[in-house]
Each structure stands twice: as structure tokens, then as C-alpha cells.
Design a protein around this ligand. Structure first.
Ligand SMILES: Nc1ncnc2c1ncn2[C@@H]1O[C@H](COP(=O)(O)OP(=O)(O)OP(=O)(O)O)[C@@H](O)[C@H]1O
Ligand SMILES: [Mg+2]
Length: 348
């Protein structure tokens, strides 16, 4: 295979498999990432996201399949791959007792930058990631958001052409997350190719050019956010039910609007029904049926499917299932509440 042509994919993965003992982490996944774009790898805990990243960054050997980064084979040319990639996230290494600046300078030296250039690069990155104020403090004193920014800065010391970010915003508050999204967009506008894993539908929606949905070690869907949403089959009519005890009756009343059973959220007393492209007609029909059944609603609206709906439609379960109650997910989907934080190492 030829390398580094200006067009074409920067990452090509075919039939990757990997087991850990009896756990099949990857059951044959395929995908590619065009140069200068962002691929979002979306999936719940244990889906196989980190395993895929570790294979692509030469940290783990696959059992089968091939993976090429800028045309270099991760198994046959791991050194060549390492030269052109950066990795930040669940497995990156920051030395806690060193300051942010020292961490970056040392990495520069590890990448064989001359001493002066290492210093300059550290300074550039500290500025860019708004870490100058904290530059001379030990990394162990950094907040979660600062630690994440330092981790990302560290992955950029050598100006990699292809960057892997494993859950870059997990556990960050909304402000830090927005900051990180801005940084990520800037990187890619500068030509970097990015593979980003996330459990957050909103994040994939926000950042990714293409998304693959991974569940139990398989790619269960691939496409842009929009094409994935279209797969759900058009719009969704959603409404709250005033009298909770009538939730079932409410679902029955709108069942005829869809070939798919309505989705119930008992905790919030909300019903959602996929109505295809019937849109406003379906809204009118829903109102009529509910009225005829004597059911009072608390707001009824037509909305585009969310990636949450996509995930549910594809897998029968919601993403980040263990992370949040349906209620919290619902609020999050409406953008009213930040993602929950996860108990997890900060990637060192
Ligand atoms: N080194 C390992 N030894 C044993 N099992 C492993 C190892 N690494 C991963 N696994 C298992 O492989 C499966 C996929 O794990 P992986 O870390 O790739 O998931 P993930 O999608 O990154 O999840 P998360 O969102 O929690 O980070 C899980 O069942 C996990 O327990
Ligand atoms: Mg992971």
C-alpha cells in the first residue's frame, strides 16, 4: 500500500478481532477515517472502544485483522506508526510529581526535539491550553479539566498527523467540556485526523464527521449523525402524561401512529413514539387520540430523533446504561443537564 497520498483514508481497519481470555473485546470491526476528519467511536462501557484505540496505537496486538495508520501497518511497522500518532486518554502517561511544563519539555526531548525547541513547544502548548498559570505546579495538583488539557497537550508535543483521544471529556464539567470541544475542532481544522471515543451521544453529534456505533465488540451502525438519525425512521412525537397511572393507556392511544411500539419513561411519565415522515399529521392524530382517551398531556412535541434513539433502536438498550437513570438521560438529551461524571482514572 502506498503511503501519505494527500487524499484517501488516514486510518483503515479491517476485521479486527481481540480477545482477553474468554472476553471477546472486538469481534471483527471494520472502519476507515478520511484524512483531516473526525471519526467518533460511540459505545457504552465495555464496547471495545479502548481496545480498538490500543491496537491502533500499537499498545496491544490484535488476534486477527489489519489496521493501517497513514498506510503503515500497526503490526509490521509499529515504530513508523508511533512516529505519526498521538494518544491522549485512558492510557496516557503524565508524571504527577513533575510540573506541567516539565512534563511537556521532557516529552519533547523523548521525541528528540532539541532542548530549545522542547522549551518553545512546551510554552506554545501551555499557552494554547490555558495552562500557563499552572505551568510550574506539579501535575498532581491539577483539577480534572486541567489534567485533561495537559494530557492532550502531551499528546501533541510531536505534532502528530493522526490523533487518538480516548474519552477526552469524560468527567469534565460542561464548561471544561466546551473548552475541550473548541480545542478539538481547532486541531482538526489544522489538518489533523482524529479518532475520538465517547460514550456521549451529544459529543459524537457535536464533533464527529462520521460516527461508528460499537456495541459488544461489533460495529452496529456507521454514518453521519444525520444518516444515523434517519435510520431510526423519521421524527418522534414525545409528550408527558399528567396522570402517571395512565401512562400505559397513553401509549396504547398513540400506538397506531407507528409500526414500532412507543417508548415509555415511567420515571418522567413521558411517552415517545417514532412516527416516520408523517410529522405534523402524526402530531394532530396523537392529540386527537389522546383527547378521545381522556388523557391529559404536559406538552407534546415533534422532534428529530436523538442519537439516544438511534442507539436504543439499534441495540434495544440505551448508551451509557449504567451511567444514568432514564430521567437524567432525558434531561441531558434536551441539553438541560451536564453529563454525569464517571469514577475513572484521569489517564495516568
Ligand atoms: N487487559 C484486559 N484484560 C482483560 N479484559 C480486558 C482487557 N482490556 C479490556 N478487556 C475487556 O474487553 C472488553 C472491552 O473493553 P474496552 O476497554 O475496550 O471497552 P471500552 O469500550 O473502552 O469501555 P469504557 O467505555 O468503559 O472505557 C471489556 O469487557 C473489558 O473488560
Ligand atoms: Mg475505554
Amino acid at each position: 500500500m502506498t503511503t501519505s497520498a494527500s487524499g484517501g483514508p488516514a486510518i483503515v481497519v479491517e476485521g479486527l478481532t481481540k480477545s482477553f481470555g474468554s472476553v471477546q473485546a472486538l469481534r471483527g470491526i471494520d472502519f476507515s477515517v478520511e484524512r483531516g476528519t473526525i471519526l467518533g467511536v460511540l459505545g457504552p462501557n465495555g464496547a471495545g472502544k479502548t481496545t480498538a484505540v490500543r491496537i491502533l496505537t500499537t499498545l496491544v496486538r490484535p488476534d486477527g485483522g489489519t489496521a493501517l495508520v497513514e498506510g503503515r501497518d500497526v503490526l509490521r511497522e509499529p515504530d513508523a506508526v508511533r512516529e505519526i500518532i498521538g494518544l491522549a486518554g485512558q492510557s496516557a502517561a503524565i508524571q504527577e510529581e513533575l510540573t506541567g511544563r516539565e512534563n511537556l519539555e521532557i516529552l519533547g526531548r523523548l521525541y528528540h526535539l532539541p532542548k530549545q525547541r522542547s522549551k518553545e513547544r512546551a510554552q506554545e502548548l501551555l499557552e494554547r491550553f490555558e495552562l500557563l498559570d499552572a505551568a510550574n505546579r506539579p501535575a498532581r495538583t491539577y483539577s480534572g479539566g486541567m489534567a485533561r488539557r495537559l494530557d492532550l497537550a502531551a499528546s501533541l508535543v510531536a505534532e502528530p498527523a493522526v490523533l487518538f483521544l480516548d474519552e477526552p471529556t469524560t468527567g469534565l464539567d460542561p464548561r471544561s467540556r466546551n473548552g475541550m470541544w473548541g480545542i478539538i475542532r481547532d486541531l482538526v481544522s489544522g489538518g489533523t485526523t482524529l479518532l475520538l471515543t465517547t460514550q456521549y451521544l451529544e459529543e459524537a453529534d457535536e464533533l464527529a464527521d462520521e460516527i461508528i456505533v460499537v456495541d459488544h465488540g461489533r460495529v452496529i451502525a456507521a454514518g453521519t449523525s444525520d444518516t444515523l438519525k434517519d435510520k431510526v425512521g423519521g421524527d418522534v412525537v414525545e409528550f408527558g402524561v399528567l396522570d402517571r397511572s395512565r401512562l400505559g393507556a397513553a401509549a396504547d392511544a398513540v400506538a397506531e401512529l407507528s409500526e414500532v411500539a412507543p417508548m415509555l419513561d415511567p420515571e418522567e411519565a413521558v411517552v415517545a413514539v417514532r412516527v416516520g415522515n408523517q410529522g405534523s399529521k402524526a402530531v394532530v392524530q396523537a392529540v386527537r387520540n389522546l383527547d378521545a382517551a381522556g388523557i391529559e398531556t404536559t406538552g407534546l412535541a415533534l422532534r428529530r430523533p436523538s442519537l439516544d434513539d438511534v442507539f436504543l433502536a439499534l441495540t434495544g438498550h440505551q448508551a451509557a446504561e449504567e451511567e444514568a437513570s432514564p430521567k437524567r438521560r432525558r434531561r441531558r438529551r434536551r441539553g438541560a443537564e451536564p453529563e454525569p461524571t464517571r469514577q475513572q482514572g484521569r489517564g495516568r
